[in-house]
Design a protein around this ligand. Structure first.
Ligand SMILES: *Cc1c(COP(=O)(O)O)cnc(C)c1O
Length: 397
């Protein structure tokens, strides 16, 4: 076991050691360090963008399902675990995404490592954006297909790769619609043009866009009117939807194919009833309380403007994910620690999650934060940056 200790020591030496941080969490989304009595902490690390995880209707829906069905479904859906609730949720998601059908997966990670290897295998080829989420990357590697990683959000480079390497077998292009670490948007229309020109399937991960963009809250595919062009639309219930789990939306055929072929669907116990019921309620709330996503987008704009006003150089990005670039891992950790001392929790994102030399603080704007708190946080960040003489900026485009 010495090897484990040595490995951890190396991690620690390079400032990349990860550790857990147990918290208490209250109904207003504030966290506090478990077992400590300090001030509540304002959480800029959560993806609970619409504050749905503490919404009374979500909690009530989960409680009702617990009472009616118990805590677990006891089996995979292909065994006896297939509650009607799953089908109600899948119909609601298909409607939200304006697609024929949807299939629920245990999590976003499981959706990506299940669907990608189902769709592409040995002899096939996958074109994947270099900044795609680890679960997409793992799905690609698990598939055994040839993997080509094109430059982030660069359709010209994708086109070069397609021209050189497309071949005659099945080809899949995988992108995210909103990138989790940079908060920038994929040029979806350009990607669609290329996938049509080169006869590829297109899979779009909407983990961070679902619930926020689009007239129904369906995501950026919806905002750009490209529903019929994206064969495989993936999204999660664990972020803006305040619950847990994930979906893949597309054709009825795709759904039946994944039921028969995606191993992370076939060989895993169905999600607990309370989780499914909460996800279903969240999808209903997107239609019932559309003002939430407008307020989130307004608050995100407010926060970015406050950063600009406080002197943060560069151009703010297009979403509720607001990265502030520091560069050096150690300095990013230092600024985060100063913010923590002021009851603000923001994660320093470091390599290998992001490329070397691009350590950053990733601020997530959520409806758990007030405008006053957003303004104070922006001012404090710049104060700390000046005090420590560590320059920070919005990411370069
Ligand atoms: C969070 C995330 C996932 C994983 O989803 P989980 O439900 O947390 O497993 C997949 N893809 C992207 C882009 C994500 O941000």
């Amino acid at each position: 076991m010495d090897f484990l200790k040595r490995w951890l020591q190396e991690r620690s030496d390079s400032n990349d050691y990860r550790r857990l941080f147990p918290v208490e969490r209250s109904a207003d989304g504030r966290i506090s360090e478990a077992g400590k009595t300090g001030a509540p902490i304002l959480d800029f690390s959560s993806n609970d963008y619409l504050a749905l995880s503490t919404h009374p209707a979500m909690i009530a829906a989960g409680q009702a399902a617990l009472t009616r069905y118990g805590t677990g479904v006891g089996a995979a859906r292909l065994m006896s675990g297939d509650l009607m609730l799953f089908h109600e949720l899948e119909e609601a998601v298909a409607d939200l995404k304006s697609r024929e059908a949807a299939l629920v997966f245990g999590s976003g990670y499981m959706a990506n490592i299940g669907a990608i290897p189902a769709l592409a295998g040995r002899g096939d080829i996958i074109f994947s954006d270099r900044l795609n989420h680890a679960s997409i990357h793992d799905g690609c590697r698990l598939s055994g297909a040839k993997l080509v990683r094109f430059r982030h959000n660069d359709p010209d480079h994708l086109e070069d790769c397609l021209r050189d390497k497309r071949g005659s077998n099945q080809a899949l292009i995988v992108v995210e619609s909103l990138y989790s670490m940079d908060g920038d948007r994929c040029p979806l229309a350009d990607i669609v043009r290329l996938k049509n020109r080169h006869g590829c399937l297109l899979m779009v991960d909407e983990a961070h866009a679902t619930g926020i963009f689009g007239n129904k809250g369906g995501g950026l595919i919806q905002a750009e009117g490209l529903e019929d062009e994206v064969e495989i639309a993936m999204g999660t219930f664990g972020k803006a939807l305040g619950s847990y789990g994930a979906y893949i939306a597309g054709s009825e055929t795709l759904k039946n194919f994944l039921i028969n072929r995606a191993r992370s669907f076939i060989y895993a116990t169905g999600l607990p009833p309370a989780v499914i019921a909460a996800s279903l309620k969240a999808v209903e709330l997107l239609a019932g309380e559309p003002e939430r996503r407008k307020e989130l987008c307004d608050n995100a704009a407010y926060f970015k403007n406050a950063l600009v006003a406080a002197g943060l150089p560069g151009k703010p990005g297009p979403s509720q994910i607001v990265p502030v670039m520091v560069g050096d891992s150690r300095l990013a950790v230092k600024i985060a620690a100063e913010l923590r001392a002021n009851s603000i929790f923001v994660t320093p994102v470091r390599p290998p999650t992001v490329p070397e030399g691009t350590a950053r603080l990733r601020f997530s704007v959520t409806l758990h934060q007030s405008r006053r708190e957003l303004a104070d946080t922006a001012a404090l960040l710049m104060e700390i940056s000046n005090k420590l003489s560590v320059p920070v900026s919005f990411p370069a485009e």
